[in-house]
Ligand binder design. Structure first.
Ligand SMILES: NC(=O)c1ccc[n+]([C@@H]2O[C@H](COP(=O)([O-])OP(=O)(O)OC[C@H]3O[C@@H](n4cnc5c(N)ncnc54)[C@H](O)[C@@H]3O)[C@@H](O)[C@H]2O)c1
Length: 326
């Protein structure tokens, strides 16, 4: 039995299976690659290194440098694999506003190319890194349940990034239902942990931690009582692996979060305390279209794939701080 960062992986046996991780040089994808290799999987990474880093690439994995917008490259990447973990994406909401077509080509069209290749290659299961689609300062006070209907949701999407990620989800559903390609969609909350960068679409936790380590002020927009759900990257990795292995995970959407709300003020105080920082908290006017609370219901992942988050915010933050300060 092995133990990785506090969770048992004795039942997560993928020995001999072949997995493709798109975006495997990125923050979440690279952790997924490392864990898949530890549990006996043969892993291929497909990444164009646009936001990912060569330093994140596990030297036991096969690395294909390629772009999700290139259909031929994707076909080569998918050939011969059992599982596909699709983490590659354009993740910067501001970039999606500046250039919606670029965002569409990677997040929607690229996902469609990948599904077509996976269907043709007969993969056992393909999993999508999706998002809490309201989590981009676009929707007032959302209650993010497990079963937000796609059509209803389409009427609520207020950013190009949300639209492209929702398109990816819609194609996943269609390929599952119409083409019998086993799919799973995992909607991540705010993921944090080692290898996360504070720039280009990352959230408040990474920015606060970097600033606290430099004793710079932490800026809170509004009262600080707005809350978010922060989930540690190892928990997200385990959710992917459990969903890949579980026969119960077939076609569904699973919310993957801590299931707990943390206010921004509490987060700032926690980070200042854990880093022994001299940082002050400064309050700035509330930003237009910022949303108040996110309520991530993780019941379906608990019930169907027996997944639950195991890393507390304190212990995950401690790991992240150690990594940043290394
Ligand atoms: N980090 C979070 O809090 C969070 C929350 C919700 C969903 N997600 C989703 O999780 C996934 C991984 O996000 P992350 O935070 O690890 O981001 P990341 O930027 O670290 O990883 C994305 C990876 O995809 C690669 N990539 C980007 N465009 C590509 C292209 N055209 N072709 C091939 N590779 C390409 C990048 O080089 C990078 O390695 C994304 O799909 C993202 O939407 C992340």
């Amino acid at each position: 039995m092995s133990n990785i960062e506090g969770f048992s992986i004795d039942r997560l046996d993928l020995s001999g299976a072949k997995a493709l991780v798109t975006g495997g040089a990125g923050f979440i994808g690279s952790h997924l690659v490392d864990y898949l290799i530890k549990i006996g999987c043969q892993v291929r990474i497909f990444d164009n290194l646009s936001t990912g880093s060569i330093d994140n690439i596990n030297n036991q994995a096969e690395f294909l440098l390629g772009d999700i917008r290139n259909q031929e490259e994707i076909k080569r990447a998918v050939a011969g694999v059992d599982f596909v973990f699709h983490q590659a994406a354009q993740i910067n909401p501001a970039k999606a506003v500046q250039d919606p077509m670029f965002d569409f080509e990677i997040n929607a069209q690229g996902t469609l190319y990948l599904l077509m290749a996976a269907r043709q290659a007969g993969v056992k299961k393909i999993l999508l890194a999706s998002t809490n689609l309201y989590g981009n300062a676009t929707y007032p006070n959302p209650q993010v349940g497990e079963y937000v209907p796609i059509l209803g949701m389409a009427n609520s999407l207020l950013s190009p990034y949300a639209a492209s990620k929702a398109s990816a989800e819609a194609y996943f559903k269609v390929f599952n239902d119409e083409f019998n390609l086993p799919t799973v969609r995992l909607r991540y909350a705010n993921v944090y942990g080692p290898r996360q960068k504070s720039k280009g679409g990352s959230g408040v936790l990474a920015i606060f931690t970097e600033r606290a380590l430099q004793n710079q002020p932490l800026s809170i927009f509004g009262s600080g009582n707005q809350s978010r759900d922060f989930v540690y990257v190892a928990d997200v990795v385990r959710a992917n692996i459990q969903a890949a292995l579980s026969n119960q995970a077939n076609g569904q959407i699973f919310n993957i979060g801590s299931g707990k709300d943390t206010t921004v003020i509490k987060l700032a105080q926690k980070i200042i305390s854990l880093t022994n920082s001299q940082s002050l908290i400064e309050y700035l006017p509330v930003r237009v279209a910022d949303f108040e609370h996110v309520n991530i219901d993780i019941k379906q992942a608990k019930d169907l794939i027996e997944w639950q988050p195991l890393t507390s915010l304190d212990s995950g933050l401690t790991n992240y701080i150690e990594w940043l300060a290394r």
